[in-house]
Design a binder for this molecule. Structure first.
Ligand SMILES: [Cu+2]
Length: 471
């Protein structure tokens, strides 16, 4: 059987050979094209180890969540990268794959990591069925390198290779994405991260132990299908970090006492309040660069608006498994339908039995909330991430989408950031069920009503004070 992944790789390889002979509109000579840096490819969605710089000025590299950093080569003092815009297969979570467009085999594309003052040359080969360009979001650069097709350059036609070259003038957190048929190309997953490290000690940029980065992106992929609807304006059904959904997003593993930086860029069509449990952080950088210390304040949630980048920092001083997620609760769900009535309080008994005579598979849902969805093995279409998924050590997490866990551990060896497994909470520090009615009354002596047997039907007290029995 021919795997699609191999097919795409072969197409990319064949196409790259073709590119060397192509006439190029940007004035790159045939000799230069023949000497293009090898376009590195990646075919899986694991979090790659940070790329320790093999040459150039040293820095502490970032960790791209479920992604990787693009290798470069030094040529006459210039850092040269090669991006290939192309169709890709991206695993959103185990069992769920999307047909996206991206760079070098993945969506998002690889992170580009440089140092302030570096001269950077990026070759971009277009293997898409339509023209594209790359805009270097947030950078100071010559106008003609800004990547807005039609405005600052001709579009890169299919089969062509363009070259961008500029000096990374200021340190900070940046993104790259097409500025050509953006609606389609970004809805298809074309984007990447860019980090410029400071060249020397910077008054507003701290040295950190762990430096994570990821992009927020969203897709509208019908359950059972593989390709995003690109015309969708607001009703996206997959909310991703680096084109992954929980439980497919890796955990952020840190050591107790680490200073941690997390960089987030938003290329969705809505804002995302990003929330960390158990710690306070400060926003130490925005789109425009580092925030002066005097202008920072403590937060546990920061909103990342459309097109913005935010970097937050905190001291990881509380051991545990700390949830880290977008606080819009619809964004921590996978492929969900929206045209669903609220059924809380509706008693389906009897009704379900009658419907079952006509539709044997019919399941009543929602009458006690949606939590049942997390645990019931409801039949779902192929290639569809369950709406509420993920198993923790205490049961179903009932989450999807933009959710992960910051794991803070004191017993990891220095430099060991492998997944430590679930947190072993010290005895007596985990919330638990109250054991007996006697214990309950000790805990809350004012309580006078007897414990309600679990079998009792739910009663709703109406504002007029009359009890409303279930039926
Ligand atoms: Cu969100």
């Amino acid at each position: 059987m021919i795997s699609r992944r191999n097919l795409f790789a072969q197409m990319a390889a064949g196409a790259a050979l073709g590119a060397a002979g192509a006439v190029n509109a940007s004035g790159v000579s045939r000799v230069a094209l023949a000497a293009l840096p090898e376009p590195a490819q990646r075919d899986n969605a694991d979090t790659a180890p940070p790329l320790t710089p093999p040459n150039g000025r040293p820095y502490n590299p970032v960790v791209t969540l479920n992604g990787w950093t693009l290798p470069w080569r030094m040529r006459d003092g210039v850092k040269e990268f090669h991006l290939v815009a192309e169709p890709v297969l991206r695993e959103l979570a185990p069992g769920t794959t999307a047909h996206l467009w991206g760079y070098n085999g993945q969506s998002p594309g690889p992170t580009i990591e440089v140092v302030e003052g570096d001269r950077v040359r990026v070759y971009v080969t277009n293997r898409l069925p339509e023209h594209t360009s790359v805009h270097w979001h947030g950078q100071r650069l010559p106008n003609g390198m800004d990547g807005v097709s039609g405005l600052t350059q001709p579009a890169i036609k299919p089969g062509e290779t363009f070259v961008y070259e500029f000096v990374a003038r200021r340190p900070g957190t940046f993104m790259y994405h097409p500025h050509a048929d953006e609606m389609t190309q970004m809805a298809m997953g074309m984007m990447g991260f860019w980090v410029t490290h400071p060249k020397a000690r910077h008054p507003h940029i701290a040295t950190v132990d762990r430096d994570f980065c990821f992009l927020l992106s969203s897709y509208d992929i019908d359950p059972g299908s593989y390709t995003p609807r690109t015309m969708t304006m607001t009703d996206f059904n997959l909310w991703t970090w680096n084109s992954r959904v929980f439980p497919g997003i890796d955990t952020l593993n840190v050591r107790l006492g680490d200073r941690v930086r997390i960089r987030v860029g938003n290329l969705t069509m809505t804002n995302h309040p990003i929330h960390l449990h158990g710690h306070e952080f400060e926003v130490t950088g925005t789109d425009g660069g580092p925030v002066p210390r005097s202008a920072r304040w403590p937060e546990v949630t920061t909103d990342v608006a459309v097109g913005q980048m935010r970097q937050v920092e905190f001291l990881a001083d509380e051991p545990g498994d700390w949830a880290f997620h977008c606080h819009k609760s619809h964004h921590t769900m996978n492929a969900m339908g929206h045209e669903v009535d609220t059924l809380i309080g509706v008693d389906h008994r009897g009704l379900a039995a009658r419907i079952n005579k006509v539709i044997p598979d019919y399941m009543a849902m929602g009458e006690r909330g949606m939590a049942d969805m997390g645990e019931m093995a409801m039949p779902i279409p192929e290639n569809t991430a369950p709406m509420m998924a993920g198993e923790g050590q205490y049961g179903s997490l009932e989450m999807g989408g933009m959710f992960s866990v910051v794991k803070v551990r004191k017993d990891q060896k220095p430099g060991d950031y492998s997944d430590p497994g679930w947190y072993a909470a010290p005895a007596g520090t985990v919330a638990r069920a109250v054991a007996t009615p006697a214990e309950a009354s000790r805990a809350h002596p004012a309580a006078t009503s007897p414990a309600v047997p679990a079998s009792e039907p739910l009663r709703v007290r109406k504002p007029d004070g009359r009890g409303h029995p279930g039926h």
